[in-house]
Design a protein around this ligand. Structure first.
Ligand SMILES: [Zn+2]
Ligand SMILES: [Zn+2]
Length: 361
């Protein structure tokens, strides 16, 4: 449903002919839960224009086709309960001879957990693969620090000494296609919540370009880069005139931003499972998901079973709807339902929606 909404938006945008390179406004990925809400939560973020996918949790991956698991570049493990980590082996087995680097992100203990899984097998017959997998594990030990450890197939996946690295703004992954931020939450143990965001789209108004006697050319790429990097307003940008291509002229970034640039925020989604509803968790997670386009959020229990939810350190559906509202997300999808509600799953949805609507300002 969420994907369809974005498609409609992209089609509407395409109908406007005065924007230069409008295809940049299409979302670069679509996201969906791989499993039924009563099964293990598994979120896929699948890129549209490249063979790449991000995978959030790996409890039961049997429903995920091999062709998608083969394009996973980054695996995010919220925590190491079995329903989130059991099928790590399936992912590794499939990618073993693929000559790729798989990055695995998780909370404190993930390096030891991956090392333990890998050390359970013998690797003597695959360690001479020419195209072998390398696994880099990024362990979030605080919101400012990660540990990084590498496991090479050629080295029979023995744990190497690892390094600490500081991070900014909870950012565990940042490249030209995607930014993933994580926060450490309480589930009786550290559990990560994730925010997934595309970089902003920078578009050029072609009609205004013509009005200013400016020509389409490589200088626009440099202009876009300056905008994306948040360069100072006074930064001089070398422009190209339509009537004289030999003329060297610069204009301040501020002027160009005001007159010919249109900035469209990138798609922003959140993934939140296995957390207690308490002030400390809310304080950490609400800013992470603020104004997200979509939130995937657990709702294992009805609020009538609040005592049980508290004991299990999970959310009720009412609490899930409340979080979605407090974070001002545009829409949400529930997951991780307890099997005790197999006959009345609609009650969970209804309870979350009522909380989302009733607390609306
Ligand atoms: Zn769980
Ligand atoms: Zn759990």
């Amino acid at each position: 449903m969420q994907y369809i909404k974005f498609l409609i938006l992209a089609i509407r945008v395409r109908q406007r002919t005065d924007l230069y390179q409008t295809n940049f406004m299409k979302p670069s990925f679509h996201s969906y839960l791989a499993n039924d809400p009563f099964q293990d939560p598994v979120l896929l973020v699948d890129f549209q224009f490249t063979r790449r996918a991000l995978l959030f949790d790996a409890g039961d991956l049997r429903q995920v086709p091999s062709r998608i698991l083969l394009r996973v570049t980054d695996l995010f493990i919220s925590h190491r309960h079995m329903d989130h980590f059991a099928d790590f082996d399936r992912l590794i087995r499939l990618n073993l001879g693929r000559g790729k680097c798989l990055r695995v992100y998780g909370p404190e203990g993930i390096i030891a957990g991956v090392a333990a899984k890998l050390s359970a097998y013998n690797w003597n017959l695959v360690s001479n693969y020419t195209e072998a997998i390398e696994i880099e594990v990024i362990e979030m030990i605080s919101e400012q620090t990660v540990n990084r450890a590498l496991f090479h197939c050629q080295n029979e996946f023995r744990l190497q000494p690892h390094q600490s690295q500081s991070i900014d703004d909870k950012m565990v992954l940042s490249d030209t296609s995607i930014q993933v931020r994580a926060t450490i939450l309480d589930h009786g143990l550290p559990c990560l919540g994730f925010s997934i965001q595309e970089p902003m789209h920078v578009n050029i108004w072609k009609n205004r370009l013509m009005e200013m006697d400016l020509e389409v050319g490589p200088w626009l790429t440099l202009l876009k880069q300056a905008v994306m990097m948040n360069a100072p307003d006074e930064t001089p940008i070398q422009v190209q005139r339509s009537n004289d291509s030999t003329l060297i002229e610069t204009m301040p970034l501020k002027v160009l931003k005001e007159k010919i640039v249109k900035i469209v925020p990138g798609q922003h989604i959140g993934y939140l499972v296995d957390v207690s509803f308490n002030d400390e968790n809310l304080h950490r997670l609400l800013p992470l998901f603020h104004n997200a386009d979509h939130l995937y959020i657990e709702a294992p229990f009805l609020h009538r079973d609040l005592d049980h939810a508290i004991r299990k350190r999970h959310l009720t559906a009412k609490q899930a709807g409340t979080i979605a509202k407090l974070a001002s997300v545009k829409s949400f999808t529930l997951c991780h339902f307890s099997p005790r509600y197999a006959a009345d799953a609609s009650l969970l949805q209804q309870e979350a929606e009522e909380a989302f609507d009733s607390t609306k300002s």
